[in-house]
Design a protein around this ligand. Structure first.
Ligand code: AHR
Length: 829
C-alpha cells in the first residue's frame, strides 16, 4: 500500500462543508477524488491462506457453562463452594488465597450458587461426606420441615439466571437422590415460573430410597418462559440428599446428547471457522494445582467429571469436555487446536511451576490426549473414544503447549513436550505460546493481540516483509480483539480490526491462523472483554466484529492480488503524562524536568516515590515503581532526567504520553535503557508495538546519564547525553486500507476496503489487466462509529448487501462511506 502524508481529509471535508454553509460558493463544490485503489489483476499473485480464520472457544464469561453447553442447571453437582487444594478462604475479603499468595474471588463454604431454598420450611447444607462417587466432592442435604399447612419445602434451581423453556419442547431431567428416612418420602420435581408460583410442565414424583439412585424423567413444557426454575419440593417433612441435578433440552445442536445450545452453536458455526482453538486461554493456565482442565478428567458420565473453580472465578463442570470439543470441531468442519497446560499456571497470577523432574506425567498426558483423539478404535485409547460415541479418529493435528506462558521455565517445559510429541507423532504441529530462544524451537508461535483502536488502525502493515522477517516462525494469532473501553463492541472497533485483518490476508505466507477471542459471553454475568456473541437465557446478539468476521470469512478467493492504495494518512497523536517505570530503587534521578520546569507534583501509580526536592525522584526498594508527572492533556513536551544506576543490572523505562492505565487500557510510549540495548515502543493495551529496532546501548553503573525525550505531534525523539538515539514517527493511520483476492472459478474479484475516516472517501478504482462488468455487488458494514448491537436493538449494525452499477464509460468511482468496511464483488467479463 502507498499512502500520502499529512492531509487529514476529515478537516478538508469540514472546510468544504463550511464554504457551502457560509454561502461562499454559489454551487455545491464537487469533492475531488481523494484516493485511488489499483488492483493488478494480471500481475503476480500469492495463494490465499484458506485456513486463516478461526476462533478460540474458552470457558470465560460463562460462555460454556451457562452458554454454549446446553445444560440448564447451574452448579448441578453443588461443588461450587469447594476450594482447590491448600487454598484457604479469607472471609474478610471473600477470596481464596493460593499457596503462592494469589487471591481469587470466592464465597463462604455453605453458599450454593444457582440454588435457593423455600423458606421458612427448608434448611440446606452442602455435604462433603454423602457422595455419589469418589470423584464428586459435595452433595446437597435438604431438610424440609412442614406439616403441609405451612406450605411446601424444598429447593429451587434458578439455572444461569433463569431456565428458558418453550411450550411443547421436551427437557431431560436426571439427578441422584438419597432419602434419610427408612420410609421414603415423596418429592415432586417440576418446572415452574420464576417466582415458583405456577407449574409450567408435568410433575415428576419420586420417593428416594435410603441409598443413592439416579432418577430420570422427561418434562414437556406447557408454556413459554425465558426464566423458569426447577423446583424439587416435598409437602411433608423429609430429609434427602441431591446431586448432579441436570436438565437438558432435547433440542440441542445437531441433536447430540450432552450437546450444545442450538442458537449459540449455529452462530458460531455460521462464522465458518477453519479451526477452533480450545479450551482456552487462561482457562487452560489455571491459577494453582487442580484449577485447569486435564483432558481425561473431562470425559465420560457427567457425574464423574472433575469440577473446579476456574481462573475466571466461577465453577466449571467440564460437561463440555475434551470429547465434546473435538466433536464440535468435527461438526463445524473446523480443525481442532488443542491447548494443554504447560506445567505452569498463569504467570500473571503468581504461578505454580510443576517440578521439572516430574514433567513425564504431563508430557505423557499430552501423548494420551493425542492418542485418544487419533488412535484406531481397536486400540485402548481408541476404544475409550468409541465408547464415548466416536469410533472414527478425530484426526488432531495441532497441539499448543500453554497459553500466554513465557520465559526460561516455560522454554524448558515446552521443549520436553515438543520432544515427547514429535518423537511419538512427528506429524503433529507443536505450537508455543511465546517466541522461543535458541534453547527451544517451535514451528508456530501463538501471539495475542488485545489492543486499542489505534493499534489496529495503524497496523495493517505489521506482517509485511519490511517489518516482519520471513525467517521468524510462522504467526499464529490465537487471540485478538479490541479491548479499549468503551469502544470494544462498537462499529469503530470492528473498523479498526478490519485494518488488521486486511494486513493478515495480504501476508498469507506469514500469518497462518487468526482467532478472535473471546467468542461467547453470558450477559447475566460479569464479562471479561467484549465477546463476539452476547446472550442471555433466550436471546443472542452479535457484535459488529462478528459481522466483520463473517463478511471476511465468506469472501476469501484463491489468490491474493497486488493492490496499491494511494490515499492519505493522519498522524497518530494521543495525549498523556511523562513518567518512569522500574523495579526496585536501583536508579537515582535528578533534574527531572518537563519543559525545563523541575518536577514536584507527582502521581504515584505503583510502588512508592518521594520528591525530596523539586526535580529529584526517589523510588522504593523491592517494588514495581511507576510514577507520572506533567499534564495529562499535553501531547507536545520535552522530558529530561539525569539518571544513575547504583546497583544491579536492571533497566529503567522512561515514558511519554502515558494515559495512566495498566493492562488492556494502557497506552504509552516507552524508552527502555539499562540492559545493553535501547528500545522505543508504543504499548497499546497488551501489545508492544516496536517503533524502531532495538539498538545496542551499553549502560554503565555509577555513571550519570542525561536523557532527553521530546514528543511533538507524531514525532518522538530520544537523546542520551546529547546524542540522538531514536527519532521516529508514531505509526500513521491511513484513510483507506484494502486487499483484493481472486476467486478463480467464479471469476470474481473480492475487493475489501476499510474507510477509517469520518467522511466519505471518494475513490477511483482501477482494476488492471482484466475487464470488469459495470454491475457489481457490495456487502457493507457502515453506520455511526459508536453504534453497537444490543438485545433491544440487535440489528443496529448489520451488513447491507446491494447491487451497484458503475457508469458505462469512465473510471470506476466509488464513495466509501465514513467508518465502513466494504467488500466489492467485481465480476470479470
Ligand atoms: O480472551 C480472554 C483471555 O485473555 C484469555 O483467556 C487469555 O488468554 C487472554 O489474556
Amino acid at each position: 500500500m502507498r499512502w500520502r502524508k499529512y492531509i487529514d481529509f476529515d478537516v478538508i471535508h469540514l472546510l468544504v462543508g463550511a464554504i457551502v454553509g457560509m454561502g461562499l460558493s454559489s454551487c455545491q463544490p464537487e469533492m475531488p477524488v481523494i484516493s485511488t485503489i489499483t488492483v493488478e489483476a494480471d500481475g503476480l499473485t500469492v495463494p490465499v491462506n484458506p485456513d486463516l480464520y478461526g476462533l478460540t472457544i474458552e470457558e470465560i464469561n460463562h460462555g460454556i457453562d451457562g452458554g454454549l453447553y446446553a445444560e440448564l442447571i447451574q452448579n448441578r453437582s453443588f461443588e461450587d463452594g469447594v476450594p482447590p487444594l491448600n487454598c484457604p478462604y479469607d472471609a474478610a475479603r471473600n477470596v481464596l488465597i493460593t499457596p503462592n499468595g494469589w487471591t481469587i474471588p470466592f464465597m463462604r463454604g455453605d453458599s450454593v450458587p444457582g440454588w435457593r431454598r423455600i423458606v421458612p420450611n427448608t434448611q440446606i447444607y452442602p455435604d462433603m461426606k454423602e457422595l455419589v462417587n469418589d470423584k464428586n466432592r459435595r452433595s446437597l442435604l435438604v431438610a424440609v420441615s412442614t406439616s403441609g399447612e405451612s406450605g411446601r419445602g424444598g429447593v429451587i434451581a434458578e439455572g444461569y439466571r433463569g431456565i428458558p423453556i418453550r411450550k411443547g419442547e421436551r427437557y431431560d431431567l436426571s439427578f441422584f437422590a438419597k432419602g434419610a428416612n427408612m420410609v421414603p418420602r415423596t418429592i415432586r420435581v417440576a418446572l415452574e415460573d420464576s417466582m415458583a408460583n405456577t407449574v409450567l410442565s408435568d410433575v415428576f414424583q419420586v420417593a428416594p430410597l435410603y441409598e443413592w439412585k439416579r432418577y430420570r424423567h422427561t418434562f414437556t413444557a406447557t408454556e413459554d418462559a425465558p426464566n423458569a426454575v426447577l423446583t424439587i419440593t416435598a409437602d411433608t417433612s423429609a430429609v434427602f440428599w441431591l446431586d448432579v441435578v441436570s436438565l437438558f433440552p432435547e433440542d440441542t445442536w445437531k441433536g447430540r446428547k450432552n450437546g450444545l445450545r442450538p442458537d449459540l452453536a449455529a452462530l458460531v458455526d455460521s462464522l465458518a471457522p477453519r479451526f477452533i482453538r480450545f479450551p482456552g486461554g487462561s482457562f487452560v493456565e489455571g491459577y494453582t494445582a487442580g484449577t485447569y482442565p486435564i483432558w481425561r478428567e473431562t470425559l465420560g458420565d457427567i457425574s464423574e467429571r472433575k469440577h473446579f473453580w476456574n481462573v475466571w472465578a466461577y465453577g466449571t463442570t467440564n460437561g463440555m469436555g475434551y470429547h465434546e470439543y473435538l466433536q464440535m470441531c468435527e461438526d463445524m468442519g473446523a480443525e481442532p487446536i488443542y491447548v494443554i497446560n504447560s506445567g505452569i499456571t498463569s504467570q500473571s497470577r503468581r504461578p505454580r511451576y510443576e517440578d521439572i523432574t516430574a514433567m513425564d506425567k504431563l508430557t505423557g498426558d499430552a501423548l494420551d490426549a493425542i492418542a485418544y483423539a487419533n488412535a484406531p478404535a481397536d486400540s485402548l485409547p481408541g476404544a475409550l473414544r468409541a465408547r464415548n460415541g466416536h469410533p472414527e479418529p478425530f484426526n488432531l493435528k495441532y497441539v499448543e503447549i500453554g497459553s500466554e506462558n513465557y520465559g526460561g521455565e516455560y522454554f524448558r517445559r515446552f521443549e520436553l513436550f515438543r520432544k515427547a510429541i514429535k518423537e511419538a507423532y512427528p506429524e503433529i504441529t507443536v505450537i508455543s505460546s511465546s517466541p522461543l530462544t535458541k534453547r527451544g524451537r517451535s514451528e508456530w508461535v501463538d501471539s495475542h493481540y488485545y489492543a486499542g483502536e489505534n493499534f489496529f488502525l495503524s497496523n495493517s502493515g505489521r506482517f509485511n516483509s519490511d517489518r516482519y522477517s520471513r525467517r521468524s516462525p510462522a504467526v499464529f494469532i490465537g487471540e485478538f480483539g479490541t479491548t479499549e473501553r468503551p469502544l470494544a463492541g462498537t462499529l469503530r472497533a470492528a473498523v479498526a480490526e478490519a485494518c488488521f485483518l486486511v494486513g493478515a490476508e495480504e501476508n498469507p505466507d506469514m500469518v497462518r491462523r487468526l482467532a478472535y477471542a473471546p467468542v461467547l459471553g453470558n450477559a447475566g454475568f460479569e464479562n471479561q472483554r467484549h465477546p463476539l456473541i452476547s446472550f442471555n437465557t433466550h436471546q443472542a446478539v452479535v457484535s459488529p466484529s462478528y459481522h466483520l468476521l463473517k463478511m471476511f470469512t465468506r469472501h476469501r478467493g484463491d489468490e491474493v492480488l497486488k493492490t496499491i492504495v494511494d490515499t492519505y494518512e493522519k498522524p497518530q497523536v494521543r495525549t498523556g503524562r511523562a513518567g518512569v517505570e522500574m523495579f526496585d530503587n536501583s536508579y537515582e534521578f535528578k533534574d527531572v524536568r518537563i519543559d525545563g520546569v523541575p518536577v514536584s507534583d507527582i502521581s504515584v501509580m505503583s510502588g512508592g516515590w518521594k520528591v525530596p526536592e523539586a526535580g529529584t525522584l526517589v523510588p522504593e526498594a523491592n517494588r514495581w515503581n511507576h510514577v507520572l508527572f506533567g499534564d495529562s492533556t499535553s501531547y507536545a513536551y520535552e522530558y529530561t532526567a539525569t539518571v544513575r544506576r547504583t546497583k544491579g543490572s536492571g533497566q529503567i523505562q522512561l515514558r511519554l504520553r502515558d494515559n495512566g492505565w495498566t493492562g488492556e487500557q494502557a497506552d504509552y510510549i516507552a524508552l527502555t535503557i539499562g540492559a545493553g540495548t535501547s528500545e522505543l515502543y508504543h504499548q497499546v493495551g497488551g501489545v508492544k508495538d516496536s517503533l524502531v529496532s532495538p539498538v545496542r546501548f551499553p549502560f554503565e553503573s555509577n555513571r550519570w546519564y542525561t536523557v532527553r525525550m521530546t514528543c511533538e505531534y507524531e514525532r518522538v525523539r530520544c537523546y542520551v547525553d546529547g546524542v540522538l538515539l531514536h527519532e521516529v514517527d508514531m505509526r500513521p493511520i491511513p484513510s483507506l486500507v484494502s486487499v483484493a483476492t481472486l476467486d478463480k472459478e467464479n471469476r470474481v474479484i473480492y475487493l475489501k476496503v476499510v474507510n477509517t475516516t469520518r467522511h466519505e472517501e471518494k475513490t477511483s478504482l482501477r482494476i488492471e489487466g482484466v475487464n470488469i462488468r459495470n454491475e457489481a455487488e457490495l456487502i457493507q458494514l457502515r453506520g455511526e462509529p459508536e453504534a453497537r448491537n444490543t438485545f433491544e436493538n440487535p440489528g443496529a449494525v448489520t451488513p447491507v448487501t446491494e447491487p451497484i452499477v458503475f457508469p458505462m464509460s469512465g473510471p470506476f468511482i466509488y464513495n466509501f462511506p465514513p467508518n465502513s468496511v466494504t467488500i466489492l464483488k467485481l465480476y470479470m467479463e
